[in-house]
Design a protein around this ligand. Structure first.
Ligand SMILES: Nc1nc2c(ncn2[C@@H]2O[C@H](COP(=O)(O)OP(=O)(O)OP(=O)(O)O)[C@@H](O)[C@H]2O)c(=O)[nH]1
Ligand SMILES: [Mg+2]
Length: 453
């Protein structure tokens, strides 16, 4: 794979006006190109990792802005190439003018994620770490940030490397067995190899399964607010997000469609989904809304089952809840009615919170209950959690051949067949960190990054 080595430039700070904007230049000629529009101490003479005050001038020699240039020389830079970072005043005009001058001087506008792609090509980080950088930039909560920074710092990559080593050891033990097969000597006990393969399979399985929680933490944990009409679901959404997000009225069937809002509580981002009240209806539009409510049940990590204390009713959808979903019964309107009758209808063992969406009584307790559940999604806070769909797919792809390895070892299959399956496992795990990859895969991954990253 050949990576282009031309010099690229881009505005690395967000679009719009700010106090300062950073323009990044990277490539063999980054320093020489910047020097052509630089007035101040020649950057070509500057040491690596040094900062300089000077001006940017246009073709006529007129000053566009005063700025600070930071110089990083290859290979000790983010991309491994010569890099100049210009901190200019954050005017949109200045930012565009400086980029325009850099392009006139021979740089090219960077594509999405091109700086990080070059860092990957230079071996500064592997693919999983590069994706961690993107997740870190996108993180909105402490929990999402913690997972991203662990990935960026190589936590996941180290775990994969350990698995890679174990697989190689398995393969080499099998090869030994093959080399001496004529002599009828068994070098590695198949039982031991089997135990090792099972351990690897369980690890791959655990990592793949952690995606559901990981993705929920990254994107916002989906919490569906479900119940009959008029129980106060929309009022509860408004109380939880602290805003008049959904229309509230005493008319049954007010909410017709899913209404979502995202809010941070504690270390987590939650995505609340208010739904149409479930009841029998002849109204076609309302029925379409109720169908969506039932679909929302299937997609939620947490279900808030809202019950009206003054008018508790049985729910027909409780049976459809999956094992990995968390149910919380929320008895609402406790400001006007006793919760006793409602509590009697809730299946034993269900987490129950009594609230009044109207007065906000109990809402803090409900928030605590939600963060408690979110915390439990991180089974072991120190453990690796997969948040990237590409990584999960690669892990699932690796599960099939590792299962074949296990069956092969129990059924005394010849070592060379097993070794072939082992290689396939290695291939899929390697695709996560990018030891095996193609230009198309790289282009797809980095196109999701922002320009200037
Ligand atoms: N007293 C009291 N009234 C409440 C409370 N919560 C909601 N209400 C009232 O109950 C009625 C229904 O509230 P909504 O939030 O619209 O109920 P909903 O479950 O979203 O109803 P649908 O959208 O029709 O399914 C409104 O008149 C609210 O003011 C509460 O805690 N106490
Ligand atoms: Mg409603």
């Amino acid at each position: 794979m050949t990576e282009q080595k031309d010099t690229i430039c881009a505005i690395s700070t967000p679009p719009g006006v700010g106090g300062i904007a950073v323009i990044r230049v990277s490539g063999d000629d980054a320093i020489a190109i910047t020097d052509t529009l630089w007035r101040g101490k020649r950057l070509a003479d500057a040491a690596s990792h040094s900062v300089h005050y000077g001006s940017i001038v246009d073709a006529q020699g007129d000053v566009v802005d005063d700025c600070v240039a930071a110089v990083f020389r290859a290979p000790k830079s983010f991309t491994g190439e010569n890099v100049v970072e210009l901190s200019v005043h954050g005017s949109v005009y200045v930012q565009k003018a400086v980029v325009g001058l850099l392009v006139e001087a021979g740089a090219r506008l960077a594509e999405h994620g091109e700086f990080t792609r070059r860092a990957f090509a230079a071996g500064k980080m592997d693919l999983a770490q590069a994706e961690g950088v993107a997740d870190l930039i996108a993180s909105r909560s402490r929990a999402a940030h913690d997972i991203a920074i662990k990935q960026m710092k190589g936590g996941f990559s180290r775990r994969l490397a350990a698995m890679h080593d174990n697989l190689l050891e398995l393969a080499s033990l099998l090869e030994l067995e093959l080399d001496f097969s004529e002599e009828d000597v068994e070098f590695a006990s198949r039982q031991k190899l089997h135990a090792q393969a099972v351990e690897l399979r369980d690890e791959i399985h655990r990592l793949a399964a952690s995606f559901d929680s990981g993705n929920a933490i990254k994107e916002g944990i989906p919490v569906a607010i479900i119940g009959p009409t008029n129980v106060g679901k929309s009022s509860l959404l408004n109380a939880l997000v602290g805003d008049d997000r959904a229309i509230v009225s005493d008319i049954h069937g007010t909410t017709r469609d899913l209404i979502e809002d995202t809010v941070n509580i504690g270390d987590f981002t939650f995505r609340f989904i208010d739904t149409a009240g479930i009841r029998n209806t002849d109204d076609r539009i309302e029925q379409l809304g109720i169908d969506r409510s039932r679909q929302a049940i299937g997609r939620a990590t947490i279900l808030l089952h809202v019950i009206d204390a003054a008018n508790p009713q049985k729910a027909d959808w409780l049976d459809s809840i999956a094992d990995n979903q968390h149910l919380v019964a929320v008895i609402n309107k406790t400001d006007v009615a006793s919760s006793q009758q409602a509590a009697d209808m809730i299946p034993a063992g269900t987490t129950t919170v009594e609230v009044s969406a109207k007065t906000s009584a109990g809402i803090d307790t409900l928030r605590d209950t939600l963060t408690g559940i979110a915390q439990s999604l991180l089974t072991d806070p120190g453990d690796i959690i997969v948040t990237n769909a590409r990584h999960r797919q690669a892990l699932l792809n690796a599960l099939l051949p590792i299962e074949r390895v296990i069956t092969g070892l129990t059924s005394n299959l010849s070592g060379d067949f097993i070794a072939q399956d082992l290689r396939e496992v290695l291939h899929h795990l390697g695709s996560i960190t990018g030891t095996v990859t193609t230009t198309e895969i790289l282009t797809t991954i980095f196109s999701r990054f922002c320009i200037g990253k």
